[in-house]
Design a binder for this molecule. Structure first.
Ligand code: MGD
Ligand code: MGD
Ligand code: MO
Length: 670
């Protein structure tokens, strides 16, 4: 009989599902959803249903290794942990002595969302005075836009969708990226709700929806302004709310909305004037609209501004004033845990160099004073996921760069390691999980035994700190003690939790601290924000509209795929088969104009690079748009590059976010 151990899905997804791990003789044999988890309620996505296949993968790294072949060849010899740690410590110390601490660059992201394991290296790199990584590859522009309008106002619960009469998923392909919102939407539909998507093409979620509103990429801000113009003109905007609970409505009406009549909106968004009017009326007149903001529209040069404008539209639709209505950007639980005991920001030198993780290519090939001479990667696969792949690979191939990678698998990045260290899977180590889609907190204990000599992040950085002569907290703690230290740091959110239940592995609900309705400096909904360069939100074009690449006709969309998660799960043959090979989806008109047949091998290109992929001809994609889903391992591509060879290192308007969807390409037959 297997033992059932409560655990958590560790991946970067708003759902952060509760798991039950089935373990026999220390080995994970299966996982199921934990029915006691109030958000995921016992169901799992297609990726996690057979997590044991990932955990027991024959491709797992089992021992420390040291490079023997050329950089990137993936040729290594086995080493002991003692040798690997000693070599790493010696090289990091030498780089620091010769070039200063800032020549060392830590690189990590959300391979696991577990708060302690993902943060395990931070204190060490602060103490070394290393360059500090700006971890902005995901949706900081969205977060900045939300903060500009809503401040720290807590989000609604996903269950708010149940009461809606109109559900709008605004750039969220929920079938892939927010699976557990769907049962709630289905229930709302049974009660009569309509279900719309705002998208750049028809997605896997489209067949479930009543309507997919297809806009030109990056034009969502213009759409929101045009709809605000029409709702105001038609008298269907939530006027009482905008006047009494918001600041800036009259200024927006006076200074900005007159510029966004239907003709200009139609031109910028690609929607027709009658359709715009119909959407404006439907939103304004909806009894209870529920608008969920995904991240898609925010990965553009105008990403933060788009967010501000969509939130203003949601306010005008009555999301904060009609009974049963709501707007859900993300559920921010960032204030729930005080990570300082683990991260130790106090150890970092003031004013040290910062490096944006979306500009790794530049950091490795262009930074001087000092150049990056040592790179330590964990919980991330930048060779696959970071933009401008050719620049990243040129950097990783530098003979004078010392690269350490702590990984579970031989990823594209791991192939470039000088020292390659084997990592545990989530079920093999302790951690603490909060979510950005709900308010459940979970503490997981190790459930199964790691294979070979795989070690958790925490233990690796402890050993490295020890070899570098760093003593005391947090390095004297075990991962469990680090979790205890985080839970002992008081926050208002933790005040009321059932600690015994949490410690026993049960999902425990965090309660946002009480406060005023609007947690903004003005105490109101901030259409106008005097602290920003653009006091009033306004239309900003996306990079690919404003910069020099307009001569390329196709707007590249590189959205998440359903059966993989960023570059995670690419080791799984069963999931790769369900996803299919890397392909570019084109409209029949664009395919015909380029003499590209369905299934043909083609080359997608722009100034940054070339990618070989298969063509899929589909009327789901409008002319002028090219869709490439998924972050494939380079190993599995036909031309040794994935779609990130075509994405640029340009950042968003605010907060240094990535602009993965803001690029143009052309496609030709191979
Ligand atoms: N299966 C799966 N799940 C995942 C992930 C994955 O890779 N696979 N990734 C995880 C991570 S790290 C994140 S951050 C989240 C991301 O999930 P979300 O932030 O919700 O959204 P995205 O999937 O990034 O984008 C959703 C949609 O935006 C659309 N889109 C692109 N540009 C525009 C635009 O200009 N306007 C509009 N209206 N729509 C646009 C795309 O077509 C896509 O369908 O998902 C997480 N979950
Ligand atoms: N073209 C394109 N590129 C994208 C995106 C896109 O939509 N399109 N999405 C972007 C987004 S939103 C994000 S968030 C980033 C995500 O970028 P990353 O956070 O780098 O995500 P993954 O590709 O999932 O790689 C995570 C790696 O961490 C490893 N890992 C997992 N758990 C552990 C652990 O406990 N310890 C250690 N040491 N390693 C572990 C996994 O094996 C995996 O190789 O990708 C971005 N890249
Ligand atoms: Mo992300």
């Amino acid at each position: 009989m297997p033992t059932l151990v409560p655990s958590t899905c560790p991946y970067d997804c708003p759902d952060a599902c509760g798991l039950l791990a089935e373990v026999e003789e220390g080995r994970l044999t299966a996982v199921r959803g934990n029915p006691a988890h109030g958000y995921s309620r016992g169901s799992l996505c297609g990726k996690m249903q057979h997590y044991e296949r990932s955990v027991n993968s024959p491709e797992r790294l089992l021992f420390p290794q040291i490079r023997t072949g050329p950089k990137g060849s993936g040729q290594f010899r086995r080493a002991t942990w003692e040798e690997a740690i000693a070599l790493t410590a010696e090289r990091l110390a030498a780089v620091k002595a010769a070039h200063g601490g800032e020549a060392i660059l830590p690189y990590s992201y959300a391979g696991t969302m577990g708060m302690v394991q993902r943060s395990a290296g931070h204190a060490l790199f602060h103490a070394l005075g290393a360059s500090q990584l700006v971890r902005g590859i995901c949706t900081p522009a969205k977060n900045a836009g939300v903060a500009a309008v809503l401040g720290d106002t807590p989000a609604c619960d996903a269950d708010a969708a149940l009461d809606a009469s109109l559900v709008v998923l605004w750039s969220c392909n929920a079938v892939a990226t927010n699976v557990h919102l769907l049962p709630r939407i289905k229930e709302a539909r049974r009660n009569g709700a309509a279900f719309w998507l705002v998208e750049t093409h028809r997605t896997a979620t489209s067949p479930l929806a009543d309507r997919t509103i297809v806009v030109r990429p990056g034009s969502d801000g213009a759409l929101a302004l045009g709809l605000l113009h029409l709702m105001d003109r038609e008298g269907v905007a939530a006027a009482g709310f905008l006047r009494d609970e918001a600041v800036g409505w009259e200024a927006l009406r006076r200074e900005i909305l007159p510029l966004h009549g239907p003709a200009r909106t139609a031109q910028l968004t690609g929607l027709s004037e009658p359709e715009l009017l119909e959407i404006a009326r439907a939103l304004g007149e909806a009894r209870a609209p529920f608008i969920r903001l995904g991240g898609g529209y925010s990965r553009y040069g105008n990403g933060a501004m788009n967010t501000r404008l969509i939130l203003c539209l949601a306010a005008a639709a009555g999301c904060w004033s009609k009974p049963g209505a709501a707007c859900l950007p993300d559920v921010s639980t960032g204030g729930a845990l005080d990570m300082r005991p683990v991260i130790r920001p106090d150890l970092a030198p003031a004013g040290g160099r910062v490096v944006n993780m979306s500009q790794l290519g530049h950091a490795l090939t262009g930074l001087r004073d000092p150049p990056v001479q040592a790179l330590v990667v964990w919980c991330s696969n930048p060779a696959s996921v970071a933009p401008d792949q050719n620049a990243v690979l040129r950097g990783l191939a530098r003979e004078d760069l010392f690269t350490v990678v702590h990984e579970r698998l031989l990823t594209d990045t791991a192939r470039y390691a000088d020292v390659l260290l084997p990592a545990t899977f989530s079920v093999e180590h302790a951690d603490l999980y909060r979510s950005y889609g709900h308010t459940w907190l979970q503490r997981a204990r190790p459930a199964s035994r790691p294979p070979g000599e795989a070690l958790e992040n925490w233990e690796v950085f402890r050993r490295l700190a020890d070899a570098l002569g760093l003593r005391g907290e947090p390095w004297s703690w075990s991962a469990d003690q680090a979790i205890d230290a985080v839970l002992a740091a008081p926050t208002p959110w933790l005040a009321g939790i059932d600690r015994a239940a949490l410690d026993a592995g049960a999902p425990v609900q965090l309660v946002p601290p009480p406060g005023p309705r609007w947690r903004t400096p003005s105490g109101r909904f901030e259409i106008e924000n005097p602290r920003l360069a653009h006091r009033l939100p306004r239309w900003l074009p996306a990079h690919a509209d404003a910069e020099g690449d307009q001569h390329l006709a196709l707007w590249l969309q590189t959205a998440p795929a359903q059966f993989t998660l960023n570059s995670t799960f690419q080791e799984r043959q069963d999931l790769r088969a369900r996803e299919g090979a890397m392909r570019v989806r084109l409209s029949p008109a664009d395919a015909a104009a380029r003499r590209l047949a369905d299934g043909a091998l083609a080359v997608a290109w722009n100034a940054l690079g070339e990618v070989a992929l298969r063509v899929e001809v589909t009327s789901d994609v409008p002319p002028g748009v090219a869709v490439v889903e998924g972050v494939h391992w380079i190993r599995d591509t036909e031309g040794e590059r994935n779609v990130n060879a075509l994405t640029s290192q340009r950042l968003t308007d605010e907060a240094g976010g990535s602009t993965f969807y803001d690029n143009r390409i052309e496609v030709r037959p191979a």
